[in-house]
Structure formats: C-alpha cells, structure tokens
Design a protein around this ligand. Structure first.
Ligand code: ADP
Ligand code: MG
Length: 727
C-alpha cells in the first residue's frame, strides 16, 4: 500500500487508535499526524515535571521508579500497590489495585499519564496509563536523550502517538518520498532551512536540543509561508475583480472640506491622505487598514476620502459600531460641510451632496426617506451602523466603504461589504487599537496598512493611575474629590462600569470586555452603571449633574444624553463601554473606570482616549479591588505607566491566548498555525510575507510549486471543514 499525505489514518494505524485520534485529537490523515508535534520533550533525570504538576492536571511525565510496595488491602479483598516515582526534582505516588505487572521494578524508567489527584496532601496518580521504557522494544528509543511528549487525550496516549509516528516514519524507508518538500529550493537555501523530511524526523525523534531548534525553525517557515500565500492569494483575488476609479476632481466637496477645516492637517494625515487619494484613483479596489491612536484624527482622513469619491460621482458609506457614534459622526460631518451637506434642502448648496444618517432606530417614515435618498443617489455620504449592511439597503453607486473601529469587524463582514456595490467598492477600515505588526500581517493580512503615529498638537495628554480600593481606601475618596474639582473648574467626567445593572437578565452581561481575563466564580458581580450612579448621586458626587448612558436606553435617549453631555449640560456621565469608541467631548477631562480589572488592556487604553481630546490634561483613574502585586494588578499598572498603544497592544496579545486572536478574527488560519508565535516570530512572518508576495507576483504563480499549492489547498480545506463543523 502506498502511503500518502492524504491517506486516512484508519488505513495505516489500528482501527481503535485511528478512531481515537480522529475523535479526540482531530487527526484524520497522515498529514495531520505528521504535523502533530510534541508539546515538549522530556529528558531523563533532568526536568522539573513532578515538582510542577498541579492537582487536576492531565499530564504525561517521564520518571524513574524509586520503590514498589505491594500489600493486601485492609477492608477489601485484593492488593494495593504503591509505586513511588521520581524525576530528580519531585516525587509522586502511583497507586494500583490488584496490580500484576511484574515490570514495575525499582530503577525502571517509564512514562506515566493520568489526572493528578491528591491523597492526604500528597500528589498521586490512581491507575495511571504507563509505558515502561526499558526492554528490547525500546532499546533504540532509549538511547536517545529526548523523549517527545505529545498533546494526548484519554483515548490516545503520548506514547501511542509516538509509536504511530514511528510507524509512518519507518514505513518502507520511503519517508523522504512521502513528504516531498513543498518549499522551493531557493527559499530553503536563502534562509538556511532543513528539508522537510529532515525537519519532521528531528521534531519527532530529536537527539539534541539543537535538532529541535533547527526543525522548529523550518516548520515555522512552512506555517508562515503557507499562511502568507493564502493571504496574498486573497489580496490578489480581490485586486483582480475590478472596481471603479474615483479620481480627484478639483473644485468639489473635497476642496470645500479642506477650506472648512478649522485646523491644519498633521503631516501624517496629509501623507495618508495622499496614499488614499492615489489608491482611490485606481480601478483596483483599495483595501486598507488605517490605524492610529485615539484622537489621532482618523475621521477627517476618512472624510476627505469620502469627499473625493462623492466628487467623482459615487457614494461613500461610513459604518460606526454604535448608533451613538454614527449619530456623532453625522453631526460632525454635517457641521463641517454646512450648506454643502444639505443639497436639495432649502438652505442647501446644490453643488454639494446630502449627508444621510441611516440607523435601525429611525422612525419608519424617516427610514423610508433615508433609504430612498441612498437608493436614488441623492445621499452622497451615508452614515450608519452595521445594520446598514444587514438590512439590505440599496445604494445607487457605492464607491467607498469606511468602517470605523475595525476591531469589531471580522473577515466575514469585510466580505459582505465588498459584495455591496455593483462592482467592489474601495474599503477603508479604521482602528484605534494599535495592532502589533505581526497581527496586522496575519489576522488582517488581506489588508494593506497605514498608520497615523502623530497626535494633532496642542493635546493635553492623559495621566493614569491605579486606585486599589481595598489596599488604599482613602484613594477612592480622593478620586471623587478630583472629579468634583474638575467639574468645579468647568470640566466634565466619565465614570465607566462593566455592567448596566438592575435586571439580571441575559442582557445584563458585561457589555463588552475584549481581552479581559475570564471571570472566576468567587468574585462579586461587576459593578453596574445604575447602582454606581445611584451611590454617587447620593454620596460622593451629590449635587453634580449626573446621568447614565448605556446600551439599554433607546437610541433617541442615548443620542439626547450624548448631546446634552457634549453641550455641557451634564457634569458626570456614568456609562458602560458605549463611551469607548469615538465619542468626542473635548471638555471631558476625567475618567474613572470602576472594576478596571474587568476590562482588557487595549480596551482601557481606548477608554481613556476619551479624556485626551481637548487642550486640557486628562486624568484616568483605574479603580480595582485586586492587589497591585497580582498579575492583574501589574497589568493595570502597565496600562497606567505607558501611553504607547503599540506596547499595550503587545501586552494585550501576551495576556490572551494567541489562538484566540487568530481564531476569532480570521476563521481557519488557526488550523495552519501550530508553532508560529505572533509574539516571537515577527521577523520570520515579515520575511515569509515578502517571499509569498514575490512568489505570487511571478508570471506562473504557484504553477511550478505544486507542493506549495497543495499545502495552500490543504489549509483551505481545513478551513472549510472547520466552517462546516461550525455551521
Ligand atoms: P480618532 O482618530 O480617534 O477617530 P478623531 O478623528 O475623532 O480621532 O479626531 C479627534 C479630534 O481631533 C477631533 O475633534 C478632530 O476634529 C480633531 N483633529 C483632527 N485632526 C486634527 C488636526 N490636524 N489638528 C487639530 N485637531 C485635529
Ligand atoms: Mg474615531
């Protein structure tokens, strides 16, 4: 039988093993098994496994038998065998009932797997699975210094996996034929990489740590390159479907916008603006991510791009994550455009266009009118929430879609957007959450990126402190006092809470806590807007004009409160994270975040951006019950200590599981990523991206590299399979 990468495991392994692998480890083919790499390697006598294992862990350990003691049980028939094993750093007891295996001799080495239990304060395994390493069968294995420990399951142990892989590798000596190397020779040579068969041999059966390292280097390359090829192919496919060029036309809306701007553009805004203007002028649809700190002035960059498209006869849509924000954008843009944004109205300028706000909560008649404006092309600039896409709104000629605050938008939404126009529109996504380079190159790898690094000058900046309520009870009083001082000086404050409160329904979940550590059961429920507002109103902030803002208010009400806050009619806004994105009230200078530990790093950074909008210095107080010395406390202190969004984004990445980052934002890529680390492999990912782009830019693309093409296809198949499972 000839074994190939796509051969089902059921044809090469025992039925039970194959079934176990499929069901518990999601390994179905030879390819899958060869790419099931050891989690780590054990070394005789040298590691700290036993000292580190925790009760409740399911682990595989390599250890030596120290003593064996069999005695009759007191209250029952049969015998009890206690075996003490050690690994140089720790000891553990194994317990067997009626054990009959003679091989468990003192000094024997073995692998033991099971769930760690505890008996009278001592860690133990009851009836572990075990695999003794001495004896004829393992003589050769045992000469090797490193024993691979695989991700295993209760049905398939690490050593069964090891043995199965050994079977594949040993199969008729044809291993090198079985795994043809997909990497082009020149790439391999350029980067000094092992061949694939050599790397697989070394990763599964290494002799030295060096073997493992070199194999790892090579295997990471496969992952990086295949991923980048997939993304590059996606970029190319998008580019091949022509859009419509929207060239700049002088004397139109864009010039009017520029004339109306009450400030000079920063250099960054100008540069990115040029970049966008040039891209809009091509019939290849733009597909760009614009990142920039909160307050870096992304909106005006987007508005100028939208104006260019309107000048060229198309429509532009701006999508915001919340209705509050959509309304705010509409207000700001209308104000800036003046009569030019009211074409067709009595006081409008007929050479301008119409700015239309289209949100789910519009009254039926208003909605009908807005839809007609959009469908018949009177509205050049359309502003709304995601609902704009879902509600099947028709555009006369959609030329540009701007998505504000990208981190709430996944790939599927991006694809839905592209399907919106008659021909694919240009797409600009904006995010204030700085995205580490590696994430930009992977999760958002189908987008080109631009970055605004500079904040408009004249900003006060924000200083932040952690207020540990339990450790320093006096500080919280001081915090409220600071709020009163700012209000007395004519400024305004936000108090942000993780939850709305009052009703304990399912919609009382935290509104959004991206990247926050999971709640553990024994904590009190997160503080709620309604409760905190009540307390403050009757206590620390009595006498101030205090209102609440949260997602459960009707859109009109939300809008009215934001407006009142912006107009200075409210001193203190107690709110959920609805204030997180984009809300722009330059007079607000203090933000108190309650239960700050319940928010993710990037989210806190976003939040405090709300009080860095004006010329006055902002203050952000992160109130928490956690100890400063705890991991969470340190995380908060890190947020307080730096205002570098990129550094914080990196910290955020460290505190999340990488798989979540990749998996959540781009379905499927996960299946191709085993070794690659977004934190550690930045250079490798960048290099692979260059190589991938270069490969696809050649005339024949992957035609001369069937191996690579097959790997890319295999990734796509896995992706699809994952999709099917989800559906
Ligand atoms: P963000 O990037 O967070 O979306 P905005 O576009 O909302 O930032 O801009 C924040 C504020 O800065 C707005 O009030 C905007 O009018 C103002 N702004 C934008 N660009 C400049 C500039 N070049 N100089 C001064 N103020 C600016
Ligand atoms: Mg914004």
């Amino acid at each position: 039988m000839s074994v190939q990468l796509e051969t089902p495991l059921s044809r090469v392994l025992g039925a039970k093993t194959a079934k176990g692998m499929a069901e518990t480890l999601n390994l179905h083919t030879v390819r899958h098994l060869l790419r099931h790499y050891p989690r780590r390697y054990a070394r005789r006598g040298e590691q700290a496994d036993l000292a580190d294992v925790q009760v409740g862990d399911r682990v595989t350990v390599l250890a030596q038998v120290r003593s064996v003691n069999t005695r009759p049980m007191k209250n029952r028939r049969g015998t009890l065998t206690e075996v003490v094993v050690g690994d140089g750093s720790g000891r553990m007891k194994l317990v067997f009932f009626n054990h009959r295996h003679g091989q468990l001799r003192v000094n024997a080495w073995g692998m033991f797997a099971g769930t760690v239990g505890e008996y009278r304060g001592e860690k133990q395994f009851a009836h572990p699975d075990m695999h003794l390493l001495e004896g004829a069968e393992d003589e050769t294995d045992w000469a090797r210094a490193l024993v691979p420990i695989y991700p295993a399951s209760k049905d398939v142990s690490s050593w069964v996996i090891e043995k199965s892989i050994k079977t594949l590798i040993g199969a008729g000596g044809g291993f090198a034929d079985l795994v043809e190397d997909p990497l082009p020779d020149d790439i391999r040579a350029r980067h000094g990489l092992l061949s694939l068969p050599a790397a697989l041999l070394d990763i599964h059966r290494p002799t030295t740590w060096e073997d493992v390292e070199r194999a790892t280097d090579r295997l990471k390359w496969d992952e990086a390159l295949i991923l980048q090829l997939t993304l590059a192919a996606r970029r190319r496919a998008a580019a091949l479907e022509p859009g419509i060029a929207r060239p700049r036309r002088p004397g139109g809306l864009l010039d009017a916008v520029d004339a109306a701007l009450p400030f000079e553009l920063t250099e960054g805004q100008r540069e990115v603006g040029e970049e966008l203007a040039a891209e809009l002028d091509r019939d290849q649809p733009m597909h760009r991510l614009l990142q920039g700190e909160v307050g870096s002035g992304k909106t005006v960059v987007a508005l100028r791009a939208m104006a260019q498209v309107v000048d060229a006869g198309g429509q532009a849509a701006l999508l915001a994550p919340t209705e509050v924000l959509a309304a705010q954008h509409a207000r700001g843009i209308r104000q800036l455009l003046g009569p030019l944004g009211r074409a067709g109205e009595l006081d409008g300028d007929p050479s301008g266009t119409r700015v239309t706000l289209l949100t789910g909560s519009l009254k039926a008649a208003a909605k009908r009118e807005a839809r007609a404006d959009v469908a018949e092309g009177r509205a050049g600039i359309v502003i709304g929430t995601h609902a704009l896409l879902q509600e099947g709104v028709e555009f006369a000629d959609l030329g540009l879609v701007v998505v504000d605050e990208q981190h709430r938008f996944g790939v599927e939404q991006r694809d839905a957007l592209r399907a919106k126009g008659n021909r694919p529109p240009h797409v600009l996504v904006m995010t204030a959450t700085p995205i580490p380079r590696t994430v930009a190159m992977t999760v958002y790898g189908d987008l080109e990126t631009s970055t605004l690094r500079q904040l408009p000058s004249g900003r006060g900046g924000v200083s932040s402190s952690v207020v540990p309520q339990l450790e320093k009870p006096a500080w919280i009083d001081r915090a409220w006092q600071r709020v009163r001082e700012e209000v007395a000086a004519g400024r305004q404050a936000y108090v942000v809470c993780p939850r709305i409160g009052e009703v304990d329904g399912p919609d009382d979940e935290p509104e959004d806590a991206d990247g926050a550590p999971p709640d553990t059961d024994d904590r009190r429920p997160p503080l709620a807007v309604l409760d905190v507002a009540e307390l403050l109103r009757n206590g620390a902030l009595a006498g101030l004009r205090l209102e609440v803002l949260h997602g459960r208010l009707g859109a009109d009400e939300k809008e009215a409160r934001m407006r009142a806050f912006a107009a200075g009619e409210i001193d203190v806004l107690v709110a959920t994270t609805v204030v997180e994105v984009g809300v722009d009230v330059p007079n607000a200078t203090v933000m108190v975040v309650m239960d700050a530990d319940r928010f993710g790093v990037s989210q806190l950074h976003q939040l405090r951006g709300r009080v860095a909008r004006g010329k006055h210095a902002g203050l952000c107080l992160l109130v928490t019950d956690v100890q400063l010395a705890s991991t969470t406390g340190q995380r908060l202190q890190a947020v307080a200590a730096t205002s570098d969004g990129f550094e914080l984004a990196r910290l955020d990445l460290e505190t999340r599981r990488e798989g979540d980052v990749l998996g959540a934002a781009q379905s499927g890529t996960r299946s191709g990523i085993r070794m690659l680390s977004l934190l550690e492999d930045e250079e490798l990912i960048a290099t692979a991206r260059r190589e991938a782009t270069a490969l696809l830019e050649t005339e024949r693309g992957l035609a001369d590299h069937p191996g690579l093409a097959a790997e890319v296809a295999a990734l796509a198949t896995d992706e699809r399979a994952e999709w099917l499972e989800k559906a």
